[in-house]
Write a protein that binds this ligand. Structure first.
Ligand code: SF4
Ligand code: SF4
Length: 98
């Protein structure tokens, strides 16, 4: 399942230059990942999805859930984390990538 750009995106365009397949495009001023081109970075020299790894917002690029409940819990956890988030920026960054 491909990655997608979320509402957390701040349009920094960093992911456009790091995507090995050129899957990330700007459509009508919004960043968009072409699911036909996104390979989740599998088969490339990268060990982690480059768009997510480089995104300064951490949640700007996320993997699309494969089924309804996976999506439901992913959204629930994101909203819950936002409501209860007391971490600072770097703590969140390290938690995201460690
Ligand atoms: S790196 Fe993150 S914030 Fe920057 S354009 Fe991509 S999704 Fe948006
Ligand atoms: S997961 Fe990899 S291939 Fe897919 S959009 Fe992100 S950087 Fe590109």
């Amino acid at each position: 399942m491909a990655y997608k750009i979320t509402g957390q995106c701040i349009s920094c365009d960093l992911c456009l230059s790091v995507c090995p397949t050129g899957a990330i495009k700007i459509v009508d001023g919004n960043r968009w990942i072409d699911p036909e081109l996104c390979t989740n970075c599998v088969g490339s020299i990268h060990t982690v999805p480059q768009c997510q790894a480089g995104c300064p917002t951490c949640d700007g690029c996320v993997k699309q859930p494969t089924d309804y409940w996976e999506g439901w819990f992913a959204t629930y956890n994101r909203v819950l984390a936002k409501l209860t988030n007391k971490e600072d920026y770097w703590e969140r960054w390290f938690n995201c990538y460690s």
